[in-house]
Design a protein around this ligand. Structure first.
Ligand code: SF4
Length: 193
């Protein structure tokens, strides 16, 4: 583990290789699990505010589910998350012509209709941040659905923390990320044990 500021970062984040291969995995992380994506209160409010910019990408079923459940819900663990629908996919998703599940919030961002890309928890996946009173645990959640991402990362020799530079900076800022990079490039034998 490495501690940078309040974040305790697992060595997997530094040492494992990763790069999403969405053509192969079909965007499975937007569907997997029995709960939606964690969102902050501010993100939930932003999603509601920006809804008119991305609702056009959503199916009628998803739109009806948003009317029924609201823009965010509390899950069984007590966390604020996006609602899910159908086969457990996030309610803010759509399936494109290649059968890939994609994020409507991100689609609107990529089409320059908004400046909010998507919730930071989605942007960071498969890194998961769990916040405790005194520290954050920053871990790599290794799921079977991400096997194409592991193969792609290995072929490019791309460490997970480098692949997810942008969302890590979003979460902790550029100086924190520079410290992480320095620590990753100068791991001691003790840290590697
Ligand atoms: S995080 Fe995993 S499931 Fe999601 S797009 Fe990347 S490889 Fe696919």
């Amino acid at each position: 583990m490495l501690q940078i500021g309040k974040a305790v970062v697992s060595l997997d984040v530094i040492q494992k290789e990763f790069c999403c291969d969405i053509v192969k995995c079909k965007g499975a992380c937007c569907v997997a699990g029995d709960s939606g994506a964690p969102v902050t209160t501010e993100e939930a409010q932003l999603i509601e505010l920006l809804y008119p910019q991305f609702e056009g990408y959503l199916s009628d079923e998803n739109k009806e589910e948003i009317v029924r459940q609201g823009f965010s819900v509390i899950d069984s663990d007590g966390d604020l998350v996006t609602p899910i629908v159908g086969n457990n996919e996030c309610v803010y998703t759509f399936v494109d012509e290649r059968g890939i599940t994609k994020c409507a919030i991100e689609r609107a961002y990529l089409e320059k209709k908004t400046t909010f890309r998507k919730p930071v928890s989605c942007h960071l996946f498969p890194i998961r941040i769990t916040s405790y009173k005194r520290f954050d645990a920053v871990n790599y959640q290794q799921l079977d659905i991400c096997q194409p991402g592991r193969i792609c990362g290995k072929s490019q020799a791309l460490p997970l923390y480098k692949y997810l530079q942008e969302p890590l900076i979003r979460a902790y800022g550029p100086e924190w990320y520079d410290e992480l990079t320095y620590a990753a490039e100068n791991l001691t034998e003790d840290q590697l044990r």
